[in-house]
Design a protein around this ligand. Structure first.
Ligand code: SF4
Length: 338
């Protein structure tokens, strides 16, 4: 346990947490929405510093990041807790543990030094703060990222994008890349199915781009909830116009899970139609996820149309990008270390 970063002391021993856009006002003895930050007599404490529930070495393609150091390994860590309540959460057993299991917090203790040493030993070029929401274990992510950066390891947030501008600006010197979930493009969806708001996520995405953080975006398409053609057209236009046409967009397949079991898996045809919408909006790199073997997991040159990075699931079979250029026509292929 340690004192949290980014909070204000208020009257009557209350505090306001400024880490994410919920900006919870927390009374003495209570926790914020994420269930991992607690007010103890007017001091906000993080309950998950170094308490890791998951620690794996993954291919970077699994994050998913397709345009950052392809076929490299990413040391991936998480604590329990999340500031969203997505009914379709794919990692609910760890992300929603505090809220679903009476405040339960568990994990094994590590220091930032141990994580960075292990990442170096494992041949990882990056550390990913992932599986649950890294914003809620910000203090440990920040300390680890700072140390990792000094060792030449890049840092990645796989995030719902709900952190405040203050939090993002604080970690910005050490945060190289992010995959941000843009879960839908309507406020009702965010409110009803995630317990959050859309607008702050859009602001985070724009701020990340302006700070020079490399960004890829993921949208999980859920039949009947966020797959409306017009909504997807608006979402794709936002990505192309506000973030830039070079922003990779991953459209991912839903399978019934957690509290959302009343609808089928996303039809492959819906994913392919969404991919076409992205391409028509001007996006250069649009992918379909959770559908191994589809063309939508390959990188095509947006100029000459040739296949440049051939993937199967998370694995790269062939990479014909040379120094960020198409090896056929010389077009610039956007990303880091391609
Ligand atoms: S991180 Fe977000 S959800 Fe958690 S206490 Fe702070 S403001 Fe509330």
């Amino acid at each position: 346990m340690m004192e949290a970063y980014l909070y204000d002391a208020l009257d009557d021993q209350k505090v306001m947490c400024n880490l994410c856009n919920h900006r919870c006002i927390i009374k003495d003895g209570r926790r914020g929405i994420c269930g991992v930050r607690e007010n103890r007599r007017g001091t906000l404490e993080t309950l998950v510093y170094g308490k890791l529930i998951a620690r794996n070495i993954d291919p970077i393609e699994k994050k998913p990041l397709y345009h950052l150091l392809p076929s490299s390994l990413s040391y991936s860590i998480a604590t329990v807790g999340c500031n969203f309540r997505c009914l379709f959460c794919q990692n609910a057993d760890i992300a929603q543990m505090p809220s679903d299991r009476n405040g339960m917090i568990t994990g094994n203790d590590y220091t930032p030094e141990e994580i960075v040493t292990d990442a170096v030993k494992g041949g990882c070029k990056t550390i990913s703060y992932t599986y649950t929401e890294p914003t809620v274990f910000f203090e440990f992510a920040y300390d680890t990222a700072k140390l990792a950066g000094a060792k030449g390891i890049q840092n990645i947030f796989v995030t719902n994008g709900y952190m405040t501008a203050e939090a993002l600006k604080m970690i910005n010197p050490y945060l190289d890349a992010a995959n941000v979930d843009l879960k839908a493009f309507n406020e009702d969806f965010y409110k009803t199915y995630c317990g959050a708001k859309l607008e702050p996520v859009k602001e985070t995405l724009k701020l990340m781009k302006s700070l020079g953080i490399f960004v890829e975006v993921t949208t999980l398409l859920i039949p009947g909830l966020n797959d409306d053609k017009k909504e997807l057209e608006s979402l794709a236009a936002f990505l192309a116009d506000d973030l830039g046409s070079e922003t990779p967009w991953h459209i991912s397949r839903f399978h019934p899970t957690y509290k959302l079991t009343d609808r089928p898996s996303t039809p492959v045809a819906t994913l392919l139609a969404a991919r076409e919408i992205g391409i028509r909006a001007g996006l250069k790199y649009v992918y379909t996820g959770n559908v191994p073997g589809e063309n939508g997991e390959k990188t095509f040159c947006y100029k000459c149309g040739k296949i440049l990075i051939d993937r199967w699931g998370f694995y790269v079979r062939e990479n014909l990008v040379k120094d960020n250029r198409c090896s056929y026509c010389g077009a610039q292929i956007h990303g880091v270390g391609l």
